[in-house]
Design a protein around this ligand. Structure first.
Ligand SMILES: N=CN[C@@H](CCC(=O)O)C(=O)O
Ligand SMILES: [Zn+2]
Length: 417
């Protein structure tokens, strides 16, 4: 029996091999295999066995996991990967208590990144996106969703989407693209957001034709797009065959969560201030709540999504960095796992579901990412951790020891001793 790569001596293996998305109490039910081994062939998992069943196996590459924790590669379901510039000068405004939506109203925030993104060349944006993808890979992420939304005009939105497509073909990580042209109202459309949405929905055909995005997303928020405007826009996207996502109930509880359920969106994202009714509807639906607790943390808020209640009510939850230059500037999903434990009160078992199988389903990749089984992609992380409880506990550092993507080792923690 020959495999290209053999991982032996796995202390704890989380396969996350279930039919997803995993909802409610099921999210707390984790199968842990001890003393396991994984055989990899042609970039895929050939088999998963007990270590004492592999004496006859031959391999080109033997990886000794040294009793560590091994899991599927993390799946990052919500990022604003492609953007120009950075916004470190906003930190002082935040410290003075200027609210996020006020900064946006004054032409800063998202709109300042829009200007920087318009000015950046294709190559500059690509280089920057590849750099951030590298950093995500180093932190154990093997599949990433990436949104546009810093163009807000035809040309720049398409430029962002084309950069994302190029980044996805150049970088080993798998990339899933989302069109977020409806991310803010540009100043020239201040008095007519509807006309701006018409311009953005005018891009749907070209985006489909050139295969530039699978999902369409909108920021449903006070001073951005209303529920009614969002509904009309998303309906058009649905008719063109896009999957739907909504930046919903992040700052004001407008009912974006209910809209996500009503429209059959694959996910409602943020949900920091979702109403009781929204939680009830989410739990009864197939829409996944993608929770972004790093954003509450980074915007200095005391309000976190009621993810605990959502799961208790029966919902499927995923978590994400929301990596972007304004409201959550980190590529480290492990840090978000710790915030989810501390602030959302999720259990380690729930958190592992939220960063693997459920986040894969939240971006239409449940069939190939976020779980380990024979025939699936060999996207695997060996962690410098003795067990699955450890990651949310030891926070703020990178625990990835070895990151394997499609059977190839992308990253090994460099040693200094
Ligand atoms: N809230 C809307 N959009 C992003 C933030 C974008 C930005 O501030 O640049 C988010 O998901 O948090
Ligand atoms: Zn976002």
């Amino acid at each position: 029996m020959f495999v290209d790569t053999l991982i032996t001596n796995i202390g704890q293996l989380l396969t996350m091999n279930k039919q997803g998305p995993v909802k409610g109490v099921e999210m707390n039910d984790l199968t842990i295999l001890e003393n396991a081994a994984i055989g990899i062939k042609d970039g895929k998992i050939e088999w998963i066995k007990k270590a004492d069943e592999i004496s006859a196996v031959k391999t080109d590459k033997l990886i000794d996991a040294k009793g560590k924790l091994v899991t599927p590669g993390l799946v990052e379901p919500h990022t604003h990967l492609v953007f120009g510039g950075s916004r470190e000068q906003e930190m002082a405004l935040k410290q003075q208590g200027v609210p996020y939506l006020e900064i946006l109203k004054q032409g800063g925030g998202i709109l300042s990144t829009v200007n920087a993104t318009k000015q950046a060349s294709f190559e500059e944006l690509l280089e920057k996106a590849l750099f951030h993808l590298d950093r995500m890979a180093m932190h154990g992420i093997t599949t990433v969703e990436a949104k546009s939304g810093y163009g807000l005009d035809k040309e720049t939105e398409l430029k962002q989407l084309r950069v994302a497509k190029e980044a996805g073909s150049k970088h080993p990580l798998d990339l899933v693209s989302t069109f977020l042209g409806a991310h803010a109202v540009p100043p020239e459309f201040k008095d007519n957001p509807k006309a701006f949405l018409d311009q953005m929905s005018g891009l749907f055909d070209e985006i489909k034709k050139d295969d530039l995005a699978e999902f369409v997303d909108i920021f449903t928020e006070t001073g951005v797009f209303s529920v009614e405007q969002s509904r009309g826009y998303l309906q058009k996207a649905k008719e063109k065959g896009f999957g739907l996502k909504i930046h919903a109930d992040e700052i004001d509880p407008l009912g974006g969560t209910e809209l996500a359920v009503e429209m059959g969106a694959v996910s409602g994202d943020h949900l920091a201030v979702t109403s009781d009714e929204g939680i009830k509807q989410l739990a009864a639906s197939d829409t996944i709540g993608v929770i972004l607790p790093g954003t509450s943390f980074y915007l200095g808020k005391d309000v976190y999504a009621r993810a605990r209640e959502m799961i208790d009510a029966g919902a499927a939850i995923a978590i994400s960095t929301d990596f972007n230059p304004g409201s959550s500037v980190t590529e480290n999903l492990q840090l978000i796992m710790a915030i989810a434990a501390l602030k959302l009160k999720l259990s380690p078992a729930e958190i592992w579901h939220a960063v693997t199988i459920n986040s894969a389903y939240a971006i239409g990749r449940g069939h190939e990412a976020g779980s380990l089984a024979a025939g699936r992609k060999a996207d695997i992380v060996i962690w410098d951790a003795p067990n699955y409880l450890y990651l949310p506990y030891h926070y703020g550092v990178n625990h990835a020891n070895t990151v394997i993507k499609d059977g190839v080792t992308l990253y090994e923690r460099p040693g200094i001793r």
